[in-house]
Design a protein around this ligand. Structure first.
Ligand SMILES: Cc1cc2nc3c(=O)[nH]c(=O)nc-3n(C[C@H](O)[C@H](O)[C@H](O)COP(=O)(O)OP(=O)(O)OC[C@H]3O[C@@H](n4cnc5c(N)ncnc54)[C@H](O)[C@@H]3O)c2cc1C
Length: 442
């Protein structure tokens, strides 16, 4: 039952219902605090599986859960759908869509957004951070095959069947592997004029190896697995030029209508809102208890925060860290509400995983290093375990089983373009990502 905010309880506002914010909200259930969760979307998104939406393996609804529904049993929490644009630190108010939300304690958990490193490539290179971006990329990939099927010009056909993924971190590796499987397995008997297996998938990474946060041995295994799937990996040179018909990698030119950005992120503008010190990626430098220096009642967690681990290096920007930090701040606030002190945050490294196609993944958990099918089994169990909601877990598991047994991809809907636009499809393919339309699919 809904409980109106009380006079006596401290007001905690959580901005962002991602991994960090949602964990904090859940952990504060039953605490003598009035919690308000503010998010620009009405759903919590499981970003690690976005690439599967972008490559037609899963539907958007499989990896997103309505925030209200996730928090429906948490009586002391109310949810506001609004985009935060500033924080009035002096008046202790969050500014969101023209309204002001007062707080005694504030948790900022707004995550990260794309960074295109000072270039204007954002117009050309869609990245993968949101449901809209994932369905947009899916449309681009599926349209590229459809257009190639009826394209009379051989050069343009080639351009349509070339796919470039920029960035060899986990997201880029997963995207490239998954596009290769679409072309080489799922689509093989579906087209008549083209052979989807002739598609070329190029993964570009400026560093000398893929997946630089992993052990070099696993990076090499990932490179080999991608090679077996038909992905061409370019290492040691970044993209130097980019336009609507392709990219240059140093002196090499690759003509392509579909270029996907997986090369960099920066923090959301929390540091700007707070006037707080930050690093080059915009992450707010936080105290050992995750509070903002000089503001013991304001915390920044997850991808928006810069926290140094015991080794003096920033703790990684991943879902596990965001969840640990959300849990920590919740406990700290409960301790404070009882006038108790609480020790500083201690990061526990959980390891890292990345999938390479339908039945291979690399896993690094302390000294344990796995690749291939054993890695994929650990990867899938971890993804299912971390997903929110029984429905999502069941559907995702069933989809994977279906995909595994049949090699099919069921979510091959092209949305956002309809009948009268068909003649304009080539232009749709070139449409800048800033002109996303709402997709009406599930
Ligand atoms: C494609 C992809 C794949 C990934 N794969 C993995 C993986 O395999 N394993 C892993 O551990 N991590 C992975 N990550 C990283 C992981 O998703 C992030 O580290 C994690 O989501 C960070 O959690 P967070 O709570 O800081 O932010 P998020 O989970 O990003 O949540 C931020 C929330 O804040 C909201 N928000 C943002 N700005 C505003 C605003 N102005 N007003 C209101 N609300 C706002 C957003 O809508 C969102 O709900 C991946 C990320 C991506 C993009």
């Amino acid at each position: 039952m809904f409980q109106a905010p009380t006079e006596s309880h401290s007001r905690v506002v959580i901005v962002g219902a991602g991994f960090g914010g949602l964990t904090a909200a859940r952990r504060l259930a039953k605490a003598p605090l009035d919690i308000t969760v503010v998010d620009q979307h009405n759903y919590h998104l499981f970003q690690p599986l976005l690439y599967q939406v972008a490559t037609a393996g899963l539907s958007p609804a499989d990896i997103a859960s309505p925030i209200r529904s996730v928090l429906r049993n948490v009586d002391n929490v109310r949810v506001i759908l609004a985009k935060v644009s500033g924080i009035d630190v002096a008046r202790r108010e969050v500014v969101a869509d023209g309204r002001r939300i007062p707080f005694d304690e504030l948790i900022i958990a707004t995550g990260a957004e794309h960074a295109h490193f000072g270039t204007d490539w954002a117009q050309l290179l869609p990245g993968l951070k949101t449901i809209d971006e994932a369905t947009y990329i899916r449309r681009r990939i599926l349209l590229a095959f459809e257009l190639a099927e009826s394209e009379p010009d051989a050069d343009e056909r080639r351009r349509l069947l070339n796919f470039v993924v920029v960035g060899g971190g986990p997201s880029g590796v997963e995207m490239a592997g998954s596009i290769a499987e679409l072309a080489n397995r799922a689509f093989t008997s579906d087209f008549r004029a083209i052979d989807p297996r002739s598609a070329r998938i190029v993964l570009v990474e400026a560093a000398p190896r893929l997946l630089t946060t992993f052990d070099p041995l696993l990076s090499e295994r990932a490179r080999r697995s991608l090679g077996q799937l038909g992905v061409e990996v370019r290492l040691g040179t970044g993209v130097t030029e980019c336009d609507r018909s392709g990219v240059s990698i140093g002196s090499e030119r690759i003509e392509s209508r579909t270029i996907i950005w997986a090369a960099g992120v920066k923090a959301t503008p929390a540091a700007e809102w707070l006037g707080a010190e930050h690093d080059r990626a915009g992450r707010v430098k936080v105290e050992p208890d995750l509070s903002v220096p000089g503001h013991p009642n304001i915390f920044v967690i997850g991808d928006a925060a810069l926290m140094l681990g015991a080794n003096g290096k920033p703790v990684p920007g991943d879902a596990g860290v965001a969840k640990q930090q959300g849990k920590y701040v919740a406990k700290l606030l409960v301790a404070r509400s009882k006038s108790k002190t609480f020790p500083p945050f201690r990061y526990r490294g959980l390891g890292a995983i990345a999938a390479i196609g339908r039945k291979s993944a690399i896993v690094q958990i302390r000294s344990l290093k796995l690749s291939g099918l054993p890695g994929w089994l650990v990867w899938s169990i971890a993804q299912i375990y971390y997903m929110s909601g029984f429905r999502n877990r069941t559907i995702v598991a069933m989809n994977w089983l279906w995909d595994y047994l049949t090699l099919r991809r069921g979510m091959r809907l092209i949305t956002g373009v309809t009948g009268s636009h068909i003649a304009e499809l080539p232009r749709c393919l070139q449409r800048p990502v800033t002109r996303l339309t709402d997709d009406q699919d599930s």
